[in-house]
Design a protein around this ligand. Structure first.
Ligand code: HEC
Ligand code: HEC
Ligand code: HEC
Length: 127
């Protein structure tokens, strides 16, 4: 013998559990949560388009370091022809002096902890 009521109830529970991530996001209202880094720069543009920077800034920093340390070349020519001094502290952090609200906000969210600041100077921030 089988009990139709129990099967239907079981199916309802099963579907609720399987789709719960969707419901959770509908209820919590943040299907695409981002850590919301705060950009305070006076300038309107980064050294490369924003979406590319979001995804590729670690790779760019590595290639800047290699260029400076291995090839002794400190000049970065951006796609729009602008030139920048390839420096973490003097270039990136000049435009992004709010490290705690910018870099750290994303990195804490993503649980990455770049060790660069063991040697490179962090911007002094007003607390
Ligand atoms: C001339 C000033 C300037 C310099 C130099 C600069 N940035 Fe930016 N950066 C900006 C601005 C302005 C934006 C936002 C661009 C936009 O909204 O289109 C930005 C965006 C970004 C983003 C994307 C943020 C997000 O919300 O996804 C990252 C990551 C970033 N920068 C990292 C860096 C790194 C690393 C360096 C050094 C290699 C650097 N920036 C150098 C001004 C600068
Ligand atoms: C939009 C979010 C976001 C912002 C803003 C951001 N980062 Fe990142 N960063 C990430 C993520 C995510 C990773 C890890 C990527 C990975 O592991 O593939 C990362 C990785 C890195 C790494 C490599 C670390 C490692 O151990 O591999 C460096 C270096 C770095 N970020 C520097 C910076 C600096 C400097 C700034 C501020 C000027 C900055 N990032 C701003 C999201 C961000
Ligand atoms: C053990 C110390 C140390 C650590 C840790 C370190 N660096 Fe460096 N880095 C140096 C030294 C020394 C130079 C050469 C400085 C010069 O010639 O101006 C350099 C140069 C650079 C340069 C080019 C010059 C400049 O002024 O920025 C970049 C970009 C850079 N490093 C990025 C990084 C990033 C990104 C990290 C973290 C993922 C990192 N470094 C971690 C010591 C370190």
């Amino acid at each position: 013998m089988y009990d139709g009521g129990k099967i239907v109830a079981g199916l309802v529970v099963f579907l609720a559990v399987v789709t719960s991530p969707i419901w959770y996001n509908v209820v919590a209202g943040k299907a695409e949560y981002r850590p919301d880094p705060k950009i305070v720069s006076q300038e309107k543009q980064c050294v490369a388009p924003k979406a590319w920077m979001t995804a590729m800034h670690m790779t760019l920093l590595n290639s800047w370091r290699d260029s400076v340390v291995r090839e002794d070349n400190r000049v970065y020519v951006a796609a729009n022809g602008k030139t920048y001094n390839m420096s973490l502290s003097k270039t990136c952090m000049q435009c992004h002096p709010n490290k705690s609200e910018f870099c750290d906000r994303c990195h804490n969210y993503a649980s990455v902890n770049p060790y660069c600041w063991d040697c490179h100077v962090e911007p002094k921030e007003k607390k």
